[in-house]
Design a protein around this ligand. Structure first.
Ligand SMILES: Cc1cc2nc3c(=O)[nH]c(=O)nc-3n(C[C@H](O)[C@H](O)[C@H](O)COP(=O)(O)O)c2cc1C
Length: 364
């Protein structure tokens, strides 16, 4: 019944301004009003990555629960894991509203939120109060006005080490001026050097060893992929997330809304982010697990990400249009794909069309 209700709620939510609809969704989840799903839909979908056992590969991407208000509800609707954030050390209001725009025809969103969040203390309070059940990653960022952005990431690692199952170092949001510059090889080398050294120090001080992943933009120039990814591997990071929203507006129908500044997500991001994922997979050659994100809207698109090289998946924008039932449908279709391939489990399908995807064109 509740899943029927959520189907009814979706068109109503789409009639409201995006941020208001989002707040209503979070409030409903906080009050336990959501359809229950089983995270462990089919044992063949379980994924072992970064030393963690994920019951299924479908996670909810950061941005949905920026302040760790509803990680257990996210797990309760049947996701394999949740990633909360981006959290910055100090609370931040973000950019002036309006700053989230739906492109309904395109099944897309443009956002320029600018890391609006309640800061480390508020999120830490919520995470430390919950029972640790299910996998919850913490996505950390830097304050817009921080005098030392690298120090902000290190503070995040120290603060959340006791409550995070993994960390994502987010250097790919287009909405904090200059943040993406941290992806340049020299800046990245210095950032990851300090972050990984800090993690070792925290471990030596008694903190648990929490895997560190890096989330990149899908807009990295072809020639930069190898040095950027090579630099990450040199620092022994645990995984890479491909990727964040894009600045490209290629292929969108709603040209008027498309002129809004910010990062584009949803269906038009699928091709670009999947090709980037495959190219990253070629460089990593299986040395670290990859998380595929960008425009997942169905079992078919989820399977494509797996075949391009992702061990795990995340989605956000298409949930806005399809509702949370999409998570269960994707898992069912992935299980069907495992059967159709005659494979023992989903992990056997990872990267089997990597080179095909890496050859596909990406329009600017
Ligand atoms: C409204 C909105 C807010 C987002 N906020 C964040 C964020 O705070 N941190 C982050 O790493 N990614 C953020 N993202 C990016 C998503 O996590 C994801 O990488 C991107 O939307 C592509 O996936 P999708 O096409 O399934 O939405 C945000 C996306 C949207 C639409």
């Amino acid at each position: 019944m509740l899943s029927g209700l959520s189907k009814l709620a979706q068109p109503l939510l789409l009639m409201m301004p995006p941020e208001q609809a989002h707040e209503m969704t979070l409030k409903a989840l906080e009050q336990g009003i959501y359809p229950r799903g089983s995270g462990a839909i089919d044992p063949r979908l379980a994924v072992n990555a970064f030393g963690l056992e994920f019951p299924n590969p479908v996670g909810i991407a950061p941005g949905f629960d920026k302040d760790a208000r509803v990680p257990d509800a996210i797990l309760g609707i049947g996701s394999g894991y949740a990633e909360i954030g981006t959290i910055t050390p100090l609370p931040q209001v973000g950019n002036p509203q309006p700053r989230v725009f739906r492109l309904i025809q395109d099944r897309a969103v443009i956002n320029r939120l600018g890391f609006n969040n309640g800061g480390h203390d508020a999120a830490y309070g919520r995470l430390s109060a919950r029972a640790r059940r299910g996998i919850v990653g913490v996505n950390i960022g830097a304050n817009k006005d921080s005098p030392d952005r690298t120090a902000d990431y290190i503070t995040g690692i120290g603060r959340f080490a006791g409550v995070a199952d993994y960390f994502t170092v987010n250097i790919s949001s287009p909405n904090t001026p200059g943040l993406r510059d941290l992806q340049a090889p020299a800046a990245l080398d210095e950032l990851l050097g300090r972050v990984m050294e800090a993690r070792e120090r925290f471990i030596a001080g008694g903190s648990p060893r929490v895997p560190v992943l890096v989330k990149i933009a899908p807009d990295i120039a072809e020639a930069d992929i190898e040095p950027v990814i090579g630099g990450m591997l040199a620092h022994n990071i645990d995984g890479i997330i491909v990727g964040n929203t894009t600045l490209s507006r290629h292929g969108i129908k709603d040209a008027a809304t498309g002129r809004e500044a910010g990062g584009l997500s949803g269906t038009p991001l699928f091709q670009r982010s999947t090709v980037m994922l495959a190219k990253v997979a070629q460089v990593t050659g299986g040395r670290v697990p990859l998380i595929g994100v960008g425009g997942i809207s169905s079992g078919e698109t989820a399977l494509a990400k797996i075949e391009a090289g992702a061990s795990l998946l995340q989605l956000y924008t298409c949930l806005i249009y399809e509702g949370v039932g999409l998570i269960g449908r994707i898992n069912e279709e992935l299980a069907t794909a495992v059967t159709a391939a005659g494979a023992k489990n989903l992990s056997e399908l990872v990267g089997r069309r990597r080179d095909h995807w890496a050859r596909q064109p990406v329009e600017v």
